[in-house]
Each structure stands twice: as structure tokens, then as C-alpha cells.
Unconditional design. Structure first.
Length: 302
């Protein structure tokens, strides 16, 4: 990606500094320097003392921007479909009444409980209806990719609110869920979050920039769980997520299923869709805990 001219960088900086709660950034005479926190996970990296950089963690996340031009030729062929057998099973009975009552009570006030903290516009984009070759794309959200933050919720929010002019630094999820069950929406589901780079689901991807390979971002919804403190590393496992997080996640998924009409079997993980073989999130995820809650909401008896 061509860097923005200094004048544009300074203009973006001035606008950024006018927002409440914006921290200090450093500007040199040659370029814009932004200090950010780290979000992401790679299980294959050595868990030494040095924390991986943003580029180590996110690699090519966000490298799927539309070039806005129609070009000649054919798009790259997506890889052979990787099988996905959903851990979520059909369930119409054996519902825990206490879980159902708790979730339905919270569902009635869900819109009031959700907090919106918009990601910086550089970190998300439009869902495209045509690829660079002029061929139609289906932008309808129809797969959910589950992630984890690796570091704190605040660290993730800082990253998403920081302008990233370079394609390779851009990243976002649609929704974050804190350890306490707080729901934070960052990108409108109708927009394209940059949650996965080189990726595909059941042999499908969308190429929106001829310079890069495809990803699921154009038709995916991205939901990320805040990682517990003992997971702020590259270990393969940690202590797991809280009951409050599973409650909140089930309610967000319930809302998305009702809104967009996809099947629960289309809920998958970053680890599964990643074609680079380095993602492992969300680590220590309990499909059984999600099963109990989605069944209680009536979403597994379809």
C-alpha cells in the first residue's frame, strides 16, 4: 500500500486528537508514528520473553481491501474445501430451565446492555458485491468466526480505535465480549470487519483486492472473547472464558441468527478458517457451554 502523504497523515491526526479520550501520539517530519497495543494469537510461535509484534500477531489481516478497479483475467481459485463438522448438535429437549430463564430475561434488555465504541474507519470497510474482475460477490453475512483478544479488552479497543493507514496493520472485529460479560460493538454487522486475513470457509473466500489472496471477511461476522490474564501469552491453552462471557456470546449469536438467517453450523473459529496454519484462537473454547445456551434460546432445534 502506498503511504499517505504527510499532509493527509497530519489531517487525520488532528481529527483524531479532537476525539475525547485520545492518547498522545508522536509525529515526525517524515511520517506518522502511532503506538498501539497487540491483539491476536499465534500458537506456533515460541513463547519467549519477547511479546510478538502487531505484525507477528496479525500478519495479513485486513489485506483484502477492494482496489475499486475492474481488471482483466480470472480471480485465483479458492483452496480445496476444508471439512467442518460443527460441534453444535441439534437439541430440542433437555433444556436447562434456569439457563433459559436467565438468558430470556437478559435478552429483553439486550439492546440497552450493548455498548458501541466505533473502530477507526481505517480498520473496517464496505462489503463488496463485485470482485476486481467484475464478477458478483455475495456479501450477505453467513458465517461467524470466533476469536480471542489475547490481551485485555482495553488493549483490543486501543488497537481498533487507532488509525492504521497500512493495509497490513488494519484489524477489527464486529463485537467484543469482556470477561464480565460486557458486550462492545465496534463495527456494524453490515460492514466488513478485518478479522481474518488469508482464510476460507468450506472452500469459499472473497478476493476484494487483486494484489492479495482471498479471505472470509466479505461474508463473515467476527466475534471475539476477552482472554483471561493467564492467557496473555502464546501457550496453547489457558483457564478459559467466564460463564458471563458464554451468556453474552449466546445472546449476540442468537441476535445474529435471527437477523441474518444462517444456521448454527456456520459458527466456526479463526483457527479453522485460517489458511496460514498459525492461528489457534479461541484457545480453550468450550463448545459444550455454548451448546447449553443456544439450546436454551431455541436456536438448536431448527
Amino acid at each position: 500500500m502506498v503511504r499517505l502523504p504527510l499532509k493527509q497523515n497530519l489531517s487525520a491526526l488532528l481529527k483524531r486528537m479532537q476525539r475525547p479520550g485520545v492518547g498522545i501520539v508522536l509525529v515526525s517530519t517524515a511520517s506518522l508514528l502511532v503506538v498501539v497495543s497487540l491483539v491476536g494469537v499465534t500458537a506456533e510461535k515460541d513463547s519467549g520473553a519477547r511479546r510478538p509484534s502487531l505484525l507477528d500477531l496479525l500478519n495479513d489481516v485486513g489485506k483484502d481491501k477492494d482496489s475499486g478497479r475492474t481488471i482483466e483475467g480470472e480471480p485465483p481459485v479458492p483452496p480445496k474445501a476444508l471439512s467442518w463438522s460443527s460441534p453444535l448438535a441439534r437439541q430440542c429437549s433437555g433444556i436447562d430451565p434456569s439457563v433459559r430463564k436467565r438468558l430470556l430475561q437478559r435478552k429483553r434488555t439486550l439492546s440497552e446492555q450493548r455498548k458501541t465504541i466505533p473502530a477507526d474507519p481505517t480498520n473496517f470497510g464496505t462489503r463488496y458485491r463485485r470482485n476486481p474482475w467484475g464478477q458478483p460477490l455475495n456479501p450477505d453475512p453467513r458465517v461467524v468466526v470466533l476469536h480471542e483478544t489475547v490481551y485485555s479488552l482495553g488493549s483490543a479497543l486501543n488497537t481498533f480505535q487507532t488509525p492504521h493507514p497500512r493495509d497490513e496493520d488494519q484489524v477489527s472485529y464486529h463485537t467484543l465480549i469482556g470477561l464480565d460479560g460486557a458486550i462492545v460493538d465496534l463495527v456494524d454487522p453490515l460492514q466488513r470487519a478485518f478479522g481474518a486475513g488469508y482464510s476460507a470457509f468450506l472452500g469459499e473466500w472473497a478476493v476484494t483486492n487483486a494484489k492479495f489472496k482471498g479471505s472470509v471477511n466479505n461474508f463473515a461476522l467476527h466475534l471475539s472473547l476477552e482472554t483471561p490474564k493467564d492467557g496473555h501469552d502464546n501457550d496453547k491453552r489457558h483457564s478459559g472464558y467466564t460463564p458471563a462471557q458464554y451468556d453474552a456470546m449466546a445472546l449476540v449469536l442468537d441476535n445474529w441468527i435471527e437477523r441474518f438467517g444462517f444456521q448454527p453450523a456456520a459458527i466456526t473459529t479463526h483457527q479453522h478458517v485460517d489458511l496460514g496454519g498459525v492461528r489457534a484462537d479461541p484457545r480453550s473454547f468450550s463448545w459444550a457451554d455454548l451448546q447449553i445456551r443456544l439450546a436454551a434460546l431455541g436456536k438448536l432445534c431448527l
